[in-house]
Design a binder for this molecule. Structure first.
Ligand SMILES: [Fe+2]
Length: 381
């Protein structure tokens, strides 16, 4: 019997070099007042946010710039930005940046009409006030896929928490790969590994559908082919374009199928040590995969192709694990949590926190108890 599934995708996607120039017309069609341009200091310094601001100004839009969103932003920071937006009486929100900026933009837009503190809505299943302000998202890294997902991740009470605003769906997403050209190699690697993890986790997720798997599989294929190339040469704009596409596809896959245990275990790391989200994912990924494959041998079958032929047999998942280990080693990805100061003493608290992230663990191909999660962290030390 056919599987019942639903699928969502941003209502308008614009992709390609220089596509940001379409933004002013899109914004003017939806808003006549002042526009909030939300970004972070790095994207501002790289000249990308000023470039977008100039394009908006040239089209007659009044722009209020806010450049103070930091990586893994605390909820208080986003709250300050929301106050700024209210004081400026903005009519639309444009987010230009990595996942942190895009998530902040979603929150500012989705909760603009709400007077309550944002802290009241953290980790609630259904929340948000609407209608929000028209939202436009322009990613500047190729990784988070935040341009395609509805939720927003923020730091709250020293842990990664989630806010979901029903009205935070963007009017348009504009993916301009030229924005990723100036990314340092470290950020390119970490964000690319996040996209790779989204592709793999969403493929085997319990909520995966035949349609989400199309996006997972293509994102995975693109990451394998083009992540090494952008690491080797950041000016390879064809490879940059392919990785921007991979991140978008992986974001669409994860927006529909969800992520799994790798993300559940990676989030508590970020609250304790300075480790890029994508690097934490990459360290944990082979360990989670190994256990998923042991319990469910065909969980990833069909994800990896060999000579153009999908491996539909159980051995396909084992081949995936071997290929992944080799791929991560080639990229010289850090492989141990102890490289980031995590020790055996930290494991019980990390495991307890990870075990509480039910939306991710319950979506994983196999169930993990607390003791299994502890063993998983210890294996990755
Ligand atoms: Fe992620």
């Amino acid at each position: 019997m056919a599987q019942v599934f639903s699928f969502r995708i941003p209502q308008a996607l614009h992709f390609g070099s220089g596509v940001y120039r379409q933004l002013p017309a899109l914004v003017r069609a939806r808003a006549t007042g002042r526009i909030l341009l939300l970004t972070d200091p790095g994207v501002a310094a790289a000249g990308i946010a000023p470039q977008v601001a100039e394009a908006l100004a040239a089209a007659g839009c009044a722009v209020a710039r806010y450049e103070h969103i930091s990586p893994e932003p605390h909820l208080d920071e986003v709250e300050r930005c929301r106050s700024f937006a209210a004081r400026q009486d903005v009519a639309a929100v444009v987010g230009v940046g990595g996942g942190s900026v895009l998530d902040a933009a979603k929150i500012v837009s989705g909760f603009a009409a709400c007077a309550q503190p944002l802290g009241d809505f953290v980790d609630r299943e259904s929340n948000g006030f609407g209608p929000g302000l028209p939202l436009f998202l322009l990613p500047t890294t190729a990784g988070s896929g935040a341009e395609a997902t509805a939720g927003a991740i923020v730091t709250h009470d020293n842990r990664k928490s989630r806010l979901v605003g029903r009205y935070a769906e963007p009017i348009a997403v504009l993916v301009d790969p030229t924005f990723t050209r100036s990314l340092p190699a470290g950020v390119t690697l970490a964000s690319g590994l996040d996209a790779l993890t989204h592709a793999i986790e969403s493929y085997a997720a319990r909520r995966a559908s035949p349609m989400s798997r199309l996006y997972s599989r293509e994102a995975f294929r693109l990451c394998l082919s083009f992540l090494p190339r952008v690491i080797e040469n950041g000016d390879d704009m064809r490879a940059r374009g392919k990785m921007a596409q991979a991140a978008l596809y992986a974001g669409i896959a994860v927006a529909n199928a969800g992520a799994g245990a790798v993300h559940a275990l990676a989030y508590p790391l970020a609250g304790r040590v300075r480790i890029a989200h994508g690097i934490g994912n990459a360290i944990l990924l082979p360990h989670v995969l190994e256990r998923n494959v042991a319990a469910s041998p065909d969980a990833y079958a069909g994800l990896l192709e060999e000579d153009g032929t999908p491996l539909e047999t159980p051995c396909g998942s084992g081949a995936l694990l071997d290929s992944l280990r080799g791929f991560l080693a080639t990229l010289q990805t850090p492989a141990r949590l102890s490289d980031f100061g995590i020790s055996a003493r930290d494991v019980p608290a990390l495991a307890a926190e990870a075990y509480g992230i039910r939306r991710l663990l319950d979506n994983n191909a196999r169930r993990f108890g607390v003791s299994e999660i502890e063993a998983l962290f210890r294996a990755a030390l």
